[in-house]
Design a protein around this ligand. Sequence first.
Ligand SMILES: Nc1ncnc2c1ncn2[C@@H]1O[C@H](COP(=O)(O)OP(=O)(O)OP(=O)(O)O)[C@@H](O)[C@H]1O
Ligand SMILES: [Mg+2]
Length: 297
Amino acid sequence: MLVKINNLSKQFKGKKAVSNLSFTIQEGSCMALLGPNGAGKTTTLQMLARMLTPDSGSIQFNGYPNKDYRPLIGFLPQHPSFFNWMTAKEFLSFAGKLSSIPKSELNGRVEEVLTFVSLEEAMTKKIGGFSGGMKQRLGLAQALLHKPKLLILDEPVSALDPKGRRDFLQLIEVLKQNMTVLFSTHILHDAEQICDEVLILQDGCLKWKGALPSLRKEFDLLPIKVQTEEPMNGIIEQLEIIDAYEYIDLKTVKVRLPAHVHPNELLQELINRNRAVTHFEMMHDSLEDAYMKVVRQ
Ligand SMILES: Nc1ncnc2c1ncn2[C@@H]1O[C@H](COP(=O)(O)OP(=O)(O)OP(=O)(O)O)[C@@H](O)[C@H]1O
Ligand SMILES: [Mg+2]
């Protein structure tokens, strides 16, 4: 375990933003903090990054006696701001001095992180001329500069276009191989692509935590959609390999199979019964359904 968060709460002008939040972050894990707008994601991450003081509760880094654990954390805020008149290199040198990186290492480290986020060619260009995606990558470079143990990213891809989003997620994919990552998003698909575990927040409360496959299981989803040319009623009911089903119409059914049954077996059973399969789909949006069920609870 890397961090233990215990009963964290924060309110603003009497309104609770985060209530009694407890969870642990395992060393080497990649965790997503999911939740709709206003759920309390930024408030939680800012408390973890020590930018906000909790009203109550504790945050403890395993084996780190110093209460100020900021050297262990890299943080990319939801809306990072920069000095537009600085170049990328000047900005990172400035940030590096603030986090006490030795002078002898600073230059090399700045070039290393700028290369990692593919900004080496823009190193000596003014930040004012950067696109949104470039600024976001510069923010990541700043968060990585002092080699943190825990990288905290607040909605790192929300403002990016599809390509920027994919590129940024790929960077996280590389980073998670040698550091612990916690990032927030309101897009389930982002979490699905790169993280091991999710925390779902709603109205400041933790609604669910665990690995995404267990979310699907727990919410009793029917992830396979089958359509045939002929009606399937009378057949689906008899198939012992099916765990659960729901008809959309007589020719379309949503099905769940037990873990040991391969979806091909369902196809085979239908073909054996002279049904012409016109559509067979493993539905990804079923996870989205589970997420919606959690946040509506
Ligand atoms: N500085 C503040 N002053 C007053 N209320 C605040 C402040 N910061 C957050 N809040 C309130 O706390 C609640 C949680 O906000 P927070 O920004 O943590 O949510 P979020 O999950 O990050 O939302 P988003 O997805 O929109 O970024 C909201 O109701 C918000 O209005
Ligand atoms: Mg936020």
